[in-house]
Ligand binder design. Structure first.
Ligand code: PLP
Length: 391
């Protein structure tokens, strides 16, 4: 017998109730019945994004929302600044160029982060940029970016700030309105505990005004059309009905747990995985600015990360992600987001230790597990105390 345990930073594990909701009878998307689900989810998505603006739901993976964002706020020939510290930062530039934008890319080492100093320099080098594009968490490196600080610099310079929160949203803090973010977007298959297939995007009033100033290059994911449809609580095209049924259940679960509690859970599990790696003397690629979505553990020369991921998946049903591009064989990425409890995190660490032993490292089994247990147990007891105090 072999189960599938997904510790990949997307797709993540899907709760049984969410999976079941996808099997409900099909309903038509232009009916009051569907509208009721639409309206309920719309309210809950605003809570998740911490915004008063509508959160538009697109059919497609997260990249669909990234492309829609560029289309919406950067007209052809206009300049945009994009941070590229990994595979997903790189994508901003590719999308921008594909849509005819003049891309000023800020490229840096994957172990580094999108800091204020880099942004200030980019604004000097490219003062005409209309918008700045970044990641809340760069999933290729596990690096978390100081989005709040970047937003402040953007405000002072009169630039829009667009945040790819595809892996970061609901694992790390990102209150859209409080931080004055102009676009925040995410996908369904990471923190939202859903299968892949939906993308979510919210725009500030400023971003909406900017969008109104030029025509769309995209037809299907034209946010002008989606925003107009949202005014009537419907989608421009056929809705992803089954995914919506699932979304409705997932949002209920998330809001019952509480956004701040989810973020706390991811942080504590991140601490546990980081502590486990350190207990064995491993270095982390994201040490300079760790995000709480995943932990990228650097492999010694003798161990190929892609082989580790392949072995764990094939033999144990444990899904880790290896690295991408130059880091393909250099890092093993262990996710701690979505539908993952503390005990599953212990499982991930135990499997990682076993894998390292299998690949010939001199590893004391249980050393990292113990370091993680201390952290996770302290958190469980703290939660227990809090709920007892709350009666
Ligand atoms: C996963 C991910 C993407 C790509 O999303 P898709 O759903 O694969 O299109 C983009 N950015 C970040 C930060 C991601 O984690």
């Amino acid at each position: 017998m072999q189960k599938s345990h997904l510790f990949t930073p997307g797709p993540t594990m899907v709760p049984g109730d969410v999976a079941l909701a996808g099997a409900k009878d099909m309903i038509h998307h232009r009916t009051d019945q569907f509208k009721a689900i639409y309206v309920k989810c719309a309210g809950q998505l605003k809570q998740l994004f911490e915004t008063s603006q509508p959160v538009l739901v697109l059919l497609g993976s997260g990249t669909a929302a990234m492309e829609a964002a560029v289309d919406a706020v950067v007209a052809p020939g206009e300049k945009m600044i994009s941070f590229n510290g990994g595979k997903f930062g790189e994508r901003w530039g590719k999308i921008g160029r594909n849509l005819g934008c003049d891309v000023h890319e800020v490229k840096y080492e994957w172990s580094d982060f999108a800091g204020v100093d880099k942004l200030e320099q980019a604004l000097k080098d490219c003062p005409d940029a209309v918008a700045v594009f970044c990641q809340l968490n760069e999933t290729a490196s596990g690096v978390g970016n100081p989005v709040k600080d970047l937003a402040e610099v953007c405000h002072k310079a009169g630039k829009l700030i667009v945040v790819d929160g595809i892996s970061g949203l609901s694992a790390m803090k990102c209150p859209m309105d409080e931080w004055g973010l102009d676009i925040v977007l995410t996908g369904s298959q990471k923190g939202l505990m859903l299968p892949p297939g939906l993308a979510f995007i919210a725009m500030s009033e400023k971003a909406q005004q900017k969008m109104a100033g030029h025509g769309a290059r995209l037809f299907y994911n034209d946010l002008r059309a989606q925003l107009k449809a949202d005014g009537k609580s419907t989608h421009a095209w056929t809705s992803g009905v089954s995914l919506y049924q699932q979304l409705s259940v997932a949002l209920d679960m998330m809001l019952e747990e509480g956004i701040d509690n989810i973020i706390h859970r991811c942080h504590v599990q991140g601490d546990a995985v980081r502590a486990a790696a350190k207990a064995h003397g491993f270095e982390l690629l994201n040490a300079a600015s760790p995000g709480d979505v995943l932990t990228p553990i650097l492999m010694p020369e003798s161990v190929k990360a892609s082989e580790v991921a392949k072995y764990c998946r094939g033999h144990w049903g444990i899904y880790f992600a290896a690295g991408q591009d130059d880091y393909k064989d250099k890092i093993v990425r262990i996710g701690h987001l979505g539908y993952q409890d503390h005990f599953e995190t212990i499982m991930a660490i135990a499997a990682f230790e076993m894998a390292m032993k299998h690949f010939g490292l001199d590893i004391e089994l249980g050393k990292g597990v113990k370091a993680a247990q201390e952290i996770l147990m302290a958190d469980l007891e703290e939660q227990e105390r809090k709920s007892a105090a709350a009666g």
